[in-house]
Design a protein around this ligand. Structure first.
Ligand SMILES: NC(=O)c1ccc[n+]([C@@H]2O[C@H](COP(=O)([O-])OP(=O)(O)OC[C@H]3O[C@@H](n4cnc5c(N)ncnc54)[C@H](OP(=O)(O)O)[C@@H]3O)[C@@H](O)[C@H]2O)c1
Length: 344
């Protein structure tokens, strides 16, 4: 099969490194260009300890370097704000783009401003960006030039929540979401909060009173679920490298039917697994895989708790980005992806 050359901008970050790992083993995509910022000019293998073989010998290009003509697809794994300009340049050069940042996840400038406290350099592209929660947007992703890959917290909450919203069974006035993330969720740049002694043997909440992903959850609960919800979302950081667990405290109707609704909705999905009644997921059960595991505990007729687990770097970022790219290029959606976790 003909190979499809791809570029990664932001190749030296955690999601960029995960993209390198996945693409180097992908049957169709091949690495043609790696972009960096402060590390530009070095070899990939000098900056990324896990990177081996021919890729390790690739030179990291400047962030604004001209992309090779051959490149058909660009992954932008850059901080929000910086990503938008690179996305625009790649689109203007005729490339398709999967953007892992938050820059194109919102449909209006007003929401972007509220969530990110910043002006957006290219709001004219909002209308064509497709929000890439793959299981809910395949048709649009297939014909998109620009896919906005969802955030990790929104992925871990929307997947369990949307089927129940679509069934009209959730009380939308109070959706309480408590999430825990591994430290790689904060990226690779240095920060005192992420020092070993600040994280180790501890757990802490952050991002209050309103974390920016709350806007994304609400926007796409309405976009895909058809319901206007108000989320109370509290993220926490844990001393683990990767993984994310979200607990959704929900009220609603007919909770006895919820498990069957979730099972039916995801019966044919390779990357979402609804666990048997009574079983709850764990981070160790998904780490290293592109899977989201969902468990449900019914408390009574009107109250239930949903628990979901993903690997923030896979289904929460680079794995879902590959899943979306596979759809954009009419490849098998699971190409280069794994449903099995790295366990133990
Ligand atoms: N980490 C996650 O779990 C996760 C999940 C979902 C989405 N995301 C999103 O994905 C994006 C990348 O996240 P990450 O965790 O991989 O970040 P990261 O580890 O901090 O890496 C950032 C990358 O962007 C480059 N960079 C930094 N500042 C830049 C600038 N001003 N202009 C151009 N390039 C710049 C860095 O290059 P140098 O190293 O050369 O400086 C590095 O390659 C972010 O928008 C993040 O919100 C992350």
């Amino acid at each position: 099969m003909m190979k499809i050359p791809v570029a990664i901008l932001g190749a030296t970050g955690y999601t960029g490194a995960e993209l390198i790992r996945l693409i180097d083993a992908h049957p169709v995509f091949e690495l043609a260009h790696l972009g960096a910022h402060s590390q530009a000019g070095k070899l990939a293998g000098d900056v990324l300890p896990g990177c081996a073989g021919a890729v390790a010998e690739m030179k990291l290009a400047e962030a604004d370097a001209v992309l090779p003509e051959s490149v058909a697809l660009v992954f932008t794994a850059l901080p929000h704000g910086a990503a938008a300009t690179s996305v625009k340049k790649a689109l203007d050069a005729g490339k398709k783009v999967v953007d892992l940042s938050a820059d194109f996840r919102h449909q209006s400038h007003a929401t972007y401003r509220a969530a990110y406290q910043a002006e957006h350099p290219h709001p004219e592209l909002f209308s064509e960006a497709v929000y890439g929660l793959t299981e809910f947007a395949r048709d649009k992703i297939a014909s998109a030039r620009l896919v906005a890959n969802p955030g990790c917290y929104p992925t871990s909450t929307l997947l369990p929540l949307l089927p129940l919203l679509q069934a009209g069974l959730v009380d939308c006035s109070a959706v309480i979401i408590d999430s825990k993330s591994g430290a790689s969720g904060a990226g690779r740049s240095a920060s005192v909060d992420l020092l070993y002694c600040e994280l180790n043997e501890s757990v802490k909440a952050y991002g209050l009173p309103r974390h920016r992903h709350a806007w994304e959850m609400e926007e796409w609960a309405l976009g895909f679920g058809g319901e206007s919800i108000h989320v109370r979302f509290v993220p926490h950081i844990l001393p683990m490298n990767r993984g994310m667990l979200s607990t959704l405290h929900l009220s609603g109707e007919n909770t006895a039917s919820w498990h069957a609704i979730l099972q039916e909705r995801y019966a044919d999905e390779a990357f979402v697994r609804v666990l048997p009644a009574g079983r709850l997921p764990s981070v160790a059960g998904v780490a290293g895989s592109n899977r989201c595991d969902i468990g449900l505990a019914v408390l009574d007729d009107h109250e239930a708790v949903l628990v979901s687990c993903i690997d923030n770097l896979l289904k929460g970022a680079s794995g879902q980005a590959i899943q979306n790219a596979n759809v954009m290029f009419d490849l098998d959606e699971g190409s280069g992806l794994c449903v099995h976790a790295l366990w133990p």
